[in-house]
Design a protein around this ligand. Structure first.
Ligand code: FES
Length: 486
């Protein structure tokens, strides 16, 4: 849904601070159907344009390249640790030695799975889609998230990051509850929230908040995922009862509690204590330097500013992206400890003063943010027939350019085989230019939420996209690309 008013400019936190103080009349209304929702829409915070650091389009094209190998290598190692520690726990069960493998198993299952869930939900972990989907379903179950529901919730989180009344994934609402934060380290709030959702879903009930971000044709899928999850838990409980042993639950269910500590340890560094209602990820996300072990467990989610700003970039390229934009972002936190040194006092202050947030100074702007190449029509009066777009050489294989004509925007693509295609230029899910996206095979991937369209017929290929694009004839003639407006 597009905002009906002009979005506010990307603000510095210091400016936002004063503005924000006056906005806190209903400080704990984080529902998605309350007054704060209306306020967010009226003020232009919903589905708004966000600041992006300048990156040369050629560099960005390299970063967007999808590969299978890094995620296959990491997944073999990751599942190896999970299965190895689980097997050791099984054999050592009944002795005190079992504690060690189960601590490792729980950390992978209840903590590190969060990052696998996250990257595969974007479809950027692997080049091959079914691999992303398999990992996504497994990791969703491990971290007690219903896969379909959370795919949509995360889509909204990326549209409206930490916008009160819009973002369903605000992990530290204000005023923060110290009790809930502490219980989060043993997975209690996560489990309660899961149970509160999964049971109604199994009975075909969708909460009002969820109805605002899950497409209606996906509701049935949400219900079936909930039923499958509950069936797995019922079978596990049945096995525990049958064998009169806690052991089955040590493998399924309980790891989210005894291994849940890693998720908030990493996860709260993403946004806790930072600004709400700003349209600049440098102000509401943290990038934290981590060592190689943490980066493996967290799959580079510590580069959180980079990820939010450019969600098309796969996790294995985030360090390179960080190197490219670091002069245009606040300095990264030097360690997890460094981030928590800021989060704890911020959270304590927010308990007394919910308007407080960490005000991150931004570097002086160095140059205009570059966007993908835009071509503008030489004859805006022309209403039909063939019109020149650009030189044929300007559209490289597996790339897309934007063409603006009169009031309309088109996306002109060339696939790897050299064939040209043209569609309307704005994603049907949000007001985002597809020229900023990624051409992959015969599809274009939207830069905002990784939705995809077939460039040949404009049909949707990946959620959250539900509606197709208009297509247009395009041809190459005399070294020019021509588009048929008719
Ligand atoms: S704006 Fe959401 S997929 Fe394009």
């Amino acid at each position: 849904m597009s905002a009906t008013v002009t979005p506010p400019p990307q603000t510095k936190a210091s400016t936002a601070a004063a503005q924000h103080k006056t906005e806190w009349e209903t400080p704990n209304d984080y529902s998605l159907v309350g007054e704060r929702t209306q306020e967010a829409i009226q003020k232009g915070y919903a589905e708004a344009d966000w600041y992006q650091c300048p990156v040369e389009p050629a560099e960005m094209r390299k970063l967007l390249a999808r590969r299978n190998w890094p995620a296959i290598r990491d997944s073999i190692f990751w599942f190896g640790i999970l299965i190895g520690s689980g097997a050791a726990g099984f054999y050592l069960w009944g002795t005190w030695w079992a504690i060690i493998p189960f601590l490792i198993y729980g950390m992978i299952y209840g903590g590190s799975a969060d990052s696998r869930w996250h990257e595969s939900s974007h479809g950027t972990a692997f080049k091959t889609d079914w691999m992303n989907n398999v990992l996504y379903e497994i990791a969703s179950f491990m971290v007690m998230r219903e896969s379909t529901l959370w795919r949509w919730s995360h889509t909204r989180h990326h549209s409206d990051t930490i916008i009160v009344g819009r973002d369903p994934e605000i992990a530290s609402p204000r005023p923060p509850s110290l009790l809930m934060i502490c219980l989060g380290f043993i997975g209690i709030p996560q489990m309660l929230s899961y149970v509160k959702k999964v049971i109604p879903h199994a009975f075909g009930i969708m909460h009002a908040d969820e109805q605002t971000y899950v497409a209606k044709d996906q509701w049935n899928r949400v219900y079936w995922v909930a039923r499958v999850h509950l069936l797995i838990y019922a079978a596990t409980l049945g096995a525990a009862y049958y064998y009169s042993s806690l052991l089955p639950l040590m493998f399924v269910g309980l790891p989210s509690l005894y291994g849940g500590w890693l998720m908030p340890l990493y996860g709260l560094t993403q946004h806790a204590g930072l600004a709400e209602n700003v349209l600049d990820h440098r102000l509401n996300c943290r990038t934290v330097n981590m060592n190689i072990i943490n980066r493996f467990l967290y799959w580079n989610m510590n580069y959180h500013i980079e990820h939010h700003m450019f969600p098309l970039v796969p996790y294995h390229n985030l360090p390179k992206l960080h190197a490219l934009i670091k002069d245009d972002t606040p300095p990264p936190y030097t360690s997890i400890y460094d981030a928590w040194k800021e989060i704890i006092p911020a959270v304590l202050k927010q308990r007394k003063d919910p308007t407080y947030f960490v005000d991150r100074p931004l570097p002086e702007p160095k140059q205009e943010a570059k966007r993908a190449q835009t071509y503008v029509s030489a004859d805006p009066q022309q209403l039909a027939g063939w019109i020149s777009v650009c030189d044929a050489l300007d559209i490289l294989p597996e790339s897309v350019v934007r063409f603006d004509h009169a009031e309309k925007t088109f996306a002109i693509y060339r696939n790897a085989e050299g064939n040209l295609f043209a569609t309307s230029g704005i994603c049907t899910h949000g007001k985002v230019h597809l020229s900023e996206g990624l051409v992959k095979g015969q599809q274009v991937e939207c830069p905002k939420h990784n939705g995809r369209f077939d460039i040949r017929d404009g049909l949707p290929q990946r959620k959250p996209v539900c509606k197709g694009l208009k297509t247009f004839s395009v041809k190459e003639e005399g070294g020019q690309v021509l588009l048929n407006l008719s």
